[in-house]
Design a protein around this ligand. Structure first.
Ligand code: FAD
Length: 1017
């Protein structure tokens, strides 16, 4: 029964040679499997709605969102449940049993082997079922619900009892403990956990768990003494039956398990059967860890904590090539580092090509392969002493590597970023075929990693694959993202043949197919190469003990749907060609390719830090993450689940809360550019349709402002007078709680024209000074002319001849938020023709509003990729900070002795980066801090929309508002974005300054800034 009918797409391996692979490809298990046949989804949904306090979603959009993880696989779930309580989980399982439906639990959905998608009812534990239940300081234990994110748990235990959890996957800021237990995850500091005696993998750090079987039995599991075992068996019932079967199972297979399970730190493939051996205490909890939800659902877990060294020192060793780095691992391990990772020169080359971590790379010592060796200590001296003792010994070696030492946490972080960006650097490398998981975490004994790397690389080259190799060398685990061609039948067959050969190779080294990501659907079929048929039979029996109905995440690890079944990208992948406004040059001109750029890493599901993704941070909804939106765009083009193409409301809803902050373009490891995709989508969605009123109110702000400037007092009467403004906001579809900015009495353009007539400024010296065009943006021109005035003074003081465009122009930024791309293109065309001569003459353009500068640096080239003047304008447009730093590096203002907090506009952080602003501020002598405040939440007109106002404020409350409330009244709040200023004013009633105003005031020695609302100086 268990092996029926799936053989056509499975590898018949046993002692297979590579040629026995049979790569038939099946598709039906995307929508239905033999385990889900006959499930009455509508009735199940109704029953769940009645008995679950959390959320139940069976709509197509939600199902599409959960159809894949970070792997190559895709299966459409029956429905999605977001449980709030343990009862919710139990009720869901009970109803699934009643309706014969498979179940699958999900955390962050970052699995790489296909174990987190299935035709099942998916329980997303991450949104609600994510609390810490207990911290036991004395015994160094923590008890959690499975949906909690690792970093949230670690931050709490560190804060409350000074302890941490050893295994830390690279996804630590968004993967969940449930997922780590499901996959038996490990990480950089697994070596530390191993040296502390806890062991490297999550399973080695588990004390006990409360689990639920598909047939509804809830039991606490952990180490089991013989006495307990006898007692449970004698008590009978389902629990007694399980324990009896487990005991018989252990007795039957103990010798084979001892013989065939590799004794290496990173053996993750297969079920964790060694834990059932008597010498390991018949630890049922640990035997269940790594079972990828194919056996039980974890309800609670009690985990072992350890002391986190307070101080760290990092030694980086540069070898001629990565193999030599691998050869040195046994030597380095003798010094008990807390982290030991390796990287190769291909990774560095890929980073260079992608422009990733460019500032960090020079920190690496000379070499073609590196080891990052981290030492810990209770004091700085202790950590440093350990590192120095190690370095002294290293230098005595024959062929000693180049050595660099770091104990500055900032530099250490930069170096770890190089290692942690492995996946980002190896996915979508310009000039290289797309990389994919599939053979990305094999592991051997660390003592043999050098030779294994040599042989693995030979095998890659034999198949004409040329990946970078890097990873947890201290534990023998090798990462890579291989250029598997999953688009063609030939490529898919080659991929399968390669994995079979690679499996034989790693087994030759006594290793494991997976050293941390698990087997899922990608490696399940290869298990008999590693373990032999008899142990694979044991795995089937083990599954049957726990899940006799075969409904727990079926088709994964054992008796899989097939390594080549359900591939998301496959030889029938054929999305429709779409005509787009943007050129999508980085995606070969294809919107479809842009929609598969997301590889599912899930960094957009971080709860804190960085800019991406503000709407996820607040809502904690997959739909409102960059990944979720990308997946929906993929499904939209696929058309099988999400059916209405560009007119699809499910996609529109998901994009609705995208703030177009471009955080993903900067923070996402593969630079998914959701702001652009949103603008493109909306342009099609609204084709031949009216947009909402607010789109015309805000999208056309340039023209409204021009009109208002004819009689600003009248305009302000409508926008500022209580009662009148209420009616006006209602008519324009604007949120009542928001205050509209006031029009200035006089525009900047008018001031500038008059000033020229008066003959003031460096314009008198034309031809002597370098000319610079000050970009007169709509917001500053009509609402805050004083900012542009300040910029004129600063630029002139820096020695430039400031001119402005002759015509009133606008970059069109507000239009993108509403997909008004025809108009946006026209406005850019006007700019290109109006400034044609100056652009050709190389006159730099300085913009004060970061979102306008970002249009010239980003959207302009996306809409006019082949236009030479567009390219010129892109390269000669600067923020004020950039311009001063690049064109007037010696410009100084008198020193300021004040404190400041700096909030960077999201487009500034993502596209232009804040480095030059930082350098300019450093020269002012200001005592400043650049906040890690993400997007302010206002994002142009986003926060003025009644449907977005609450979210907008909540985004502000994430980091920005608390930081500003904590800042003293006399601390300067510096921000350049017009909407950021509004958000700050309306959110925490603080006044802000633009960098132009700050420099001007320093110049004129007015270094005191008044917080008008607090009235203090
Ligand atoms: C870029 C990248 C880097 C990575 N780096 C590492 C690394 O350094 N080390 C490492 O070990 N892994 C790594 N991984 C893999 C992955 O991130 C880890 O396995 C992670 O722990 C999975 O957590 P998650 O919350 O995303 O789990 P999910 O993918 O949501 O789930 C993982 C498995 O656990 C099961 N599961 C979830 N909740 C439960 C529950 N309550 N009961 C039973 N089963 C459950 C799921 O069904 C699934 O089978 C990486 C992945 C990516 C994409």
């Amino acid at each position: 029964m268990l092996t029926e009918n799936l053989a056509d797409n499975k590898i018949r391996q046993g002692n297979a040679t590579p040629t026995t692979a049979n790569p038939g490809i099946r598709y039906d298990t995307i929508f239905q499997t033999r385990y889900s046949k006959g499930v009455d989804a509508a009735a199940l949904e109704r029953a769940l709605q009645k008995s679950v306090a959390g959320e139940v979603r069976f709509d197509d959009g939600s199902r599409a969102l959960y159809a894949t993880d970070a792997s190559n696989y895709r299966q459409i779930p029956i429905g999605v449940v977001l449980p709030k309580t343990k009862d919710d989980v139990l009720n869901t399982i009970a109803l699934c049993r009643q309706f014969n439906a498979p179940v699958l639990s999900r955390g962050g959905g970052t699995s790489l082997a296909g174990q987190c998608c299935n035709v099942a009812v998916v329980m997303d534990m991450s949104k609600y079922y994510n609390r810490i239940l207990n911290i036991d300081k004395a015994n160094k234990l923590v008890t959690v619900q499975p949906g909690i994110v690792l970093d949230e748990m670690r931050n709490t235990t560190a804060r409350e009892v000074g302890l941490t959890f050893g295994p830390d996957p690279a996804t630590h800021d968004h993967c969940t403990l449930g997922g780590m237990l499901g996959n038996n995850s490990c990480g950089v500091h697994s070596v530390m956990a191993a040296f502390e005696g806890n062991g490297a993998r999550t399973s080695d750090n588990v004390e006990s768990m409360v689990v639920c079987t598909y047939d509804g039995l809830v039991m606490e599991v952990g180490p089991t003494s013989d006495k307990q075992l006898e007692q449970y068996i004698s008590e009978g019932g389902r629990k007694g039956e399980i324990y009896q079967k487990l005991r018989d199972f252990r007795d039957k297979y103990a010798d084979l398990i001892r013989e065939r399970f590799p004794n290496i730190p990173r053996r993750v493939s297969g079920y964790n059967l060694t834990e059932l051996l008597p010498e390991n205490g018949f630890n049922v909890a640990r035997a269940l860890v790594g079972s990828e939800n194919t056996l039980v659902t974890i309800l609670e877990a009690t985990l072992m904590l350890l002391k986190n060294p307070e101080y760290r020192a990092l030694v980086v060793l540069g070898f001629p090539e990565v193999f030599a780095a691998g050869d040195s691992v046994p030597f380095v391990l003798k010094y008990k580092p807390i982290g030991l990772e390796g990287i190769d020169d291909t990774l560095i080359e890929y980073m260079r090509r992608k422009g990733l971590n460019l500032k960090d790379l020079p920190l690496l010592p000379k070499g073609g392969g590196w080891l990052l060796v981290e030492f810990g200590g209770a004091t700085r001296e202790e950590a440093d002493d350990r590192a120095h003792a190690f370095m002294n010994d290293v230098k005595q070696l024959n062929n000693a590597p180049n050595v660099s030492f770091f104990d500055d946490p900032v530099q250490e972080k930069m170096l770890w970023e190089i290692r942690e960006s492995g996946l980002g650097a190896t996915a979508w490398v310009p000039g290289e075929p797309m990389g994919a998981p599939g053979w990305e975490d094999s592991a051997v004994n660390p003592n043999r990693i050098g030779d294994y790397l040599r042989d693995l690389m030979k095998l890659f080259h034999a198949y004409d694959y040329h990946p970078s190799v890097y990873g947890h060398f201290g534990q023998g685990c090798v990462h890579c993202r291989v250029q598997f061609d999953l688009f063609t039948k030939e490529g898919i067959e080659k991929y399968q043949r390669f994995t079979v050969e690679a499996a034989h190779l790693v087994v030759k080294y006594g290793g494991s197919l997976s050293g941390e990501h698990g087997d899922g659907q990608a490696r399940g079929d290869l298990l008999s190469i590693m373990y032999g048929d008899e142990l694979v039979q044991a795995f089937l029996e083990f599954k049957s003990i726990w899940d006799p109905q075969w409904k727990m995440n079926p088709g994964k690890i054992v008796d899989t749907y097939g390594q080549l079944a359900n591939l998301r990208i496959n030889n029938r992948y054929d999305p429709p060609a779409t005509k787009t406004h943007f050129a999508f040059t980085e995606d070969n001109g294809s919107f479809a390719q842009a929609s598969i750029r997301c590889v599912g890493v899930g960094e957009c599901r971080r709860h804190e830090h960085g800019t991406m993704c503000p709407s996820y941070m607040v809502t904690r909804e997959e739909k409102h993450s960059t990944r979720g939106r990308s997946r929906l765009l993929f499904e939209m083009l696929d058309g099988n689940v999400v059916k209405n193409g560009w007119k699809e409301d499910e996609v529109k809803d998901a994009l609705d809360l995208c703030l177009a902050c471009k955080g993903c373009k900067g923070d996402c490891p593969v630079n998914v550019d959701m702001a652009t995709y949103k603008a493109e989508f909306l342009s099609h969605y609204y084709e031949h349709r009216m947009r909402p009123r607010s789109a015309y109110a805000f999208g056309w702000i340039h023209w409204w402002s021009r009109l208002a400037s004819l009689a600003p007092a009248v305009a302000n009467f409508f926008t500022q007078t209580p009662g009148v403004s209420t009616a006006m906001k209602a008519a324009a579809g604007i949120e009542q709680k928001r205050t509209l900015p006031k029009f200035a009495e006089r525009t900047f353009r008018s001031w500038f024209r008059e000033r020229r007539r008066d003959g003031v400024g460096y314009n008198n010296h034309q031809g002597v000074k370098q000319k610079v065009i000050l970009w007169v943006d709509t917001f500053n021109n009509f609402f805050k002319p004083e900012t542009l005035v300040a910029a004129v003074d600063v630029l002139e003081a820096a020695g430039f001849d400031v001119v402005i465009p002759k015509q009133t122009l606008c970059c069109g930024r507000p239009l993108y938020d509403f997909g008004m791309l025809d108009t946006a293109k026209k406005m850019l065309r006007d700019i290109l023709s109006s400034l044609h001569t100056e652009i050709g003459d190389g006159v730099p353009v300085v913009g004060l509003e970061p979102s306008c500068v970002a249009v010239f640096r980003d959207e302009l080239i996306g809409l006019y990729p082949a236009d030479q003047n567009a390219k010129r304008l892109q390269s000669q447009t600067f923020t004020l900070g950039e311009f001063l730093q690049k064109h007037a590096p010696d410009f100084r203002v008198p020193p300021m002795k004040q404190k400041a907090v700096v909030h960077g506009h999201c487009h500034h952080k993502s596209i232009m980066k804040m480095d030059d602003d930082r350098k300019v501020l450093q020269k002012t002598g200001l005592d400043f801090e650049v906040l890690d405040s993400g997007c302010c939440g206002m994002a142009g007109s986003f926060g003025f929309n009644p449907d977005h106002e609450a979210l907008s404020r909540d985004i502000g409350e994430q980091a920005l508002f608390p930081a500003l409330r904590a800042a003293k009244p006399d601390t300067i709040v510096l921000t350049n974005g017009f909407s950021c200023k509004e958000q700050i004013k309306q959110g925490v009633r603080r006044d802000t300054v633009h960098i132009a105003e700050l420099l001007l005031r320093a110049q004129t020695q007015q270094s005191s800034f008044i917080n008008q609302d607090s009235g203090s100086k």
